[in-house]
Design a protein around this ligand. Structure first.
Ligand SMILES: [Zn+2]
Length: 102
């Protein structure tokens, strides 16, 4: 998985194509991410108690991580990410400006 929580990403596919946002959740097994404020789905919530109103809540649905591209914090562009092995750590780096990304 090349993306982490708090990454800025650009959406490449779907109705939010071209928009950018912050990753707020990562599902490693499913290869999906949730981007803050994007891919909004409306969900109807039924009233649980009598006298209560049902409501519609909006939430960001997960998207496939391959539909998003990391925005490099250094060069501020959507970039392809590479990995460098540093001991036990796999570090990400920007293929454009060569900067290591935390
Ligand atoms: Zn860069």
């Amino acid at each position: 998985m090349k993306l982490k929580v708090n990454d800025q990403v650009k959406i490449l596919q779907g109705k939010d194509r071209g928009k950018t946002g912050k990753v707020i959740q990562v599902f490693k097994k499913e290869d999906k991410i949730v981007v803050e404020g994007l891919n909004i789905m409306k969900k109807h919530v039924r009233a649980r108690k009598q006298g209560e109103k049902g409501q519609i809540i909006e939430l960001s649905a997960p998207i496939d991580f391959s539909n998003a591209m990391l925005i490099c914090p250094k060069c501020n562009k959507p970039v392809r990410v590479g990995f460098k092995i540093d001991g036990d750590n796999k570090k990400r780096w920007c293929r454009k400006c060569q900067t290591l990304i935390d």
